[in-house]
Write a protein that binds this ligand. Structure first.
Ligand code: GLU
Length: 445
């Protein structure tokens, strides 16, 4: 069975980049009847906040990306400790005593010589006496995972194809701080093993982590899952933008963007499939395939999202919109207004044309007289059937000889206060005869 996971650190809100990762992992699981685990990576007690855990859950719920189960790293520390001891006994973890400054200096020296800033394993050269001396000085070690330089690293990446790393080109990663707290690398591997994760899909910023973690899986006696790394999301200017890093569900909701628009865009962005306003998830799932993902950064453009959102609301059923519509607005109102909105937030503004108050322009005497005539024709138009607008305008057309704009515009202006807007044929029955008569009456000087 396919088991995927989404593993956010609750140190902030979800942003488009991690929403995309969550979505794709959810889709992979859905497509194979598998499981999708939400793993809260909260080993960093100082930066993790409960309010972010709640916000992550709420955002995923709003997006309809529901997990099969939830796990929290902070409740699994014993497992990490056990793996740590195992690896230490096997000689795969060693203590290191360098300070941040010392490490920084080593890095600078290497870079200055034009060499890659790979950790020199200085800590491995310490004798037992030297180590004891450090500890006697009160220096607590941090801990590194010792990569096996004789074990080349390779995997078949679900997006990038054949991937290869030479372990000597990587630094032995620090896995645990001097205060005993965990960095991301080892707990994540332990969890992926323990939770039987079969497929890890994440951003390409994790490619070198994967190289290291593959050796961790092996060192812990497990077979690594399959890995896929998707190209990062960039802004329209082609760069990783700060804005994208903070753009999340709150901002989308405030703008009136539908979750389905976000899902439609993020399902296909960066793939060879066209980005289309598809509101049915089943259809998106049907075409979802890692082999369609490209290696170039995927460009996130707000204009695309707006376009998709507009198309999705134009097709939205009353039942799906109902809870968010102004009070008193019925299905006919939704149908009248729907083609004129870009987001559901725009509904209220158009619905006000029905409920009033409206503000009319000043009419020239000739138009005022025409509108008075319209007032007189109103009862007959309403009595004629369910299309009073059509009846009214055709009666006025033959009575006055007006046509086109001179026939329609003064009526629209008097009845709605606007020069444009929803179809009058749909609006007039909603405004109703009594209110329409009042408005036409108000058009008199
Ligand atoms: N907590 C890690 C992150 O947010 C998880 C990465 C992973 O998917 O392994 O970057």
């Amino acid at each position: 069975m396919t088991i995927t996971r989404f593993a956010p650190s609750p140190t902030g809100r979800l942003h488009v980049g991690n929403i995309r990762t969550a979505l794709h992992n959810w889709m992979l699981a859905q497509n194979s009847g598998g499981q999708f685990v939400l793993r809260i990576d909260d080993t960093d007690a100082a930066r993790s906040k409960e309010e972010y855990v709640d916000a992550i859950r709420a955002d995923l719920k709003w997006l309809g990306i529901e997990s099969t189960r939830e796990e929290r790293q902070s409740e699994r520390l014993d497992l990490y400790q056990a793996a740590f001891e195992r690896l230490r006994e096997a000689g795969r973890i060693y203590p290191a005593y360098e300070t941040q400054q010392e490490l920084e200096l080593k890095r600078k020296v290497l870079l200055g010589r034009g060499l890659p800033p790979i950790y020199d394993r200085g800590a491995l050269e310490l004798s037992d006496d030297e180590r004891a001396a450090k500890e006697a000085e009160g220096i607590q070690p941090h801990w590194r995972f010792k990569l096996d330089h004789d074990e080349p690293i390779s995997w078949e990446d679900g997006v990038r194809g054949a991937a290869k790393f030479s372990p000597a080109q990587l630094s032995d990663p620090v896995i645990r701080r001097a205060d005993g707290s965990w960095l991301y690398m080892l707990p994540s591997t332990v969890d992926d093993i323990d939770m039987d994760i079969t497929q890890v899909l994440r951003g390409e910023d994790h490619v070198s982590n994967t190289a290291v973690q593959i050796q961790m899986f092996t060192a812990l006696g497990a077979t690594p899952p399959s890995f896929a790394h998707e190209a990062l999301l960039v802004g329209t200017e082609g760069k990783l933008s700060k804005r994208l890093g903070s753009l999340g569900c709150d901002a989308f909701r405030e703008k009136g963007i539908e979750p389905e628009a976000i899902i439609a865009l993020l399902s296909r962005l960066g793939t060879s499939l066209p980005v289309e306003p598809i509101a049915e998830r089943a259809k998106l799932l049907e075409t979802f395939d890692l082999s369609t993902f490209g290696r170039a950064p995927a460009k996130f453009d707000d204009a695309d999202l707006d376009r998709i959102n507009t198309a999705i609301v134009h097709n939205m059923d009353f039942a799906d919109a109902r809870d968010r519509l102004p009070e008193g607005m019925d299905e006919a109102g939704w149908h009248a207004v729907r083609p004129n909105i870009a987001t559901i937030n725009d509904v209220a503004e158009w619905w006000r044309l029905v409920t009033g108050p409206i503000e009319q322009p000043e009419f020239e005497a000739e138009d005022a007289a025409y509108l008075a005539q319209a007032g007189e024709a109103l009862s007959e138009a309403f009595a004629s059937g369910d299309d009073p607008w059509r009846a009214l305008t055709s009666a006025l057309k033959s009575a006055t000889g007006r046509k086109g704009k001179t026939l329609f515009l003064p009526l629209r202006q008097a009845l709605t206060g606007m020069n444009h807007g929803p179809d009058m044929g749909e609006l007039l029955p909603l405004i109703g005869e009594v209110e329409a008569r009042t408005r036409l009456g108000n058009a008199q000087p």
